[in-house]
Write a protein that binds this ligand. Structure first.
Ligand SMILES: C[S@@+](CC[C@H](N)C(=O)[O-])C[C@H]1O[C@@H](n2cnc3c(N)ncnc32)[C@H](O)[C@@H]1O
Length: 254
């Protein structure tokens, strides 16, 4: 799937707020090595650089488009193309930070223990994953899938959401770590524009389905989705659109 960093970063503010909030909960004194796992266009990496200017930071992603943007935007960081699931770095990291990336990787029963194994003893893992797949922004994609000629093609893709409930990560991770905090926040994202929820998801989850379609289905799918999502998230009298979005945080010390 080809990412479009411009479309993704059109909503940089609300997408980055969870990372700002998670970072405020990280109390690593002086990590020598940091990995930004699923670093995307490098939008989070400068926050890590500013807080720990002496650390060696590695950004990991498997999208060439995102990595190109990251390398342009953030000097002084080693951005590498690796699949999170199979990456075997030579060293462990004092801080592993991952914002809005691990929901893209299937098999959390294997992935999350593997991610924890990348952290050095005494180090910290700070992870945020969206858990908004039951909201209209996402269920309407399912409705569109079921309503069109692309149903057979897209149904297997639709079943791929790997994100689990907080209890799942507690059971999975508590035997592996020294301390574990898990919490959720529902952000009331206040967006500008004609149909901003459609624009927002087009930069991430919607794009996933569109990437499986050719024209004219691609445009037909998007048109149907945009009409439904506009009804579900109408503009308010002040021209703003409210897009509640639940996100799950996992903070562990190894
Ligand atoms: C929604 S973006 C998050 C970018 C950034 N961390 C942020 O907070 O805005 C998710 C990123 O995860 C990357 N990603 C998804 N699956 C991956 C995988 N298996 N290995 C490496 N990166 C992956 C995508 O390429 C994308 O850049």
């Amino acid at each position: 799937m080809a990412w479009d960093p411009g479309q993704y970063l059109a909503f940089a503010g609300p997408r980055m707020q969870p990372a700002v909030d998670l970072l405020a909960r990280v109390h690593s004194e002086n990590p020598a090595t940091i990995v930004d796992l699923g670093c995307g266009p490098g939008n989070i990496t400068p926050m890590l650089q500013q807080r720990w200017p002496d650390a060696t930071i590695t950004g990991v992603d498997n999208s060439d488009e995102m990595l190109a943007r990251a390398r342009d935007a953030v000097p002084g960081v080693d951005f590498i193309n690796q699949d999170i699931f199979t990456w075997e770095p030579a060293q462990k990291f004092d801080l592993l930070f991952s914002n809005a990336a691990l929901q893209w990787v299937k098999g959390h029963d294997v992935l999350f223990p593997k991610v924890m194994s990348l952290v050095a003893p005494g180090g910290v893992a700070a992870i945020q994953i969206p858990r908004n797949f039951e909201a209209p922004s996402h269920t309407l994609m399912t409705d569109v899938i079921n309503a069109g000629p692309w149903r057979e093609l897209l149904t297997p893709v639709r079943h791929d959401v790997p994100t689990q409930r907080p209890e799942y990560y507690y059971d999975l991770l508590s035997p592996l770590v020294k301390t574990l905090d898990i919490w959720e926040t529902e952000y009331l994202q206040i967006l500008d524009g004609e149909n901003p929820v459609a624009e927002y998801t087009k930069g991430s989850w919607l794009m996933r389905f569109l990437s499986y379609l050719d024209e004219p289905w691609k445009s037909e799918f998007e048109t149907d989705y945009r009409a439904r999502v506009l009804k579900a998230y109408p503009q308010r009298a002040d021209g703003k659109t409210l897009f509640p979005f639940r996100r799950q945080f996992i903070l562990a010390t190894l």
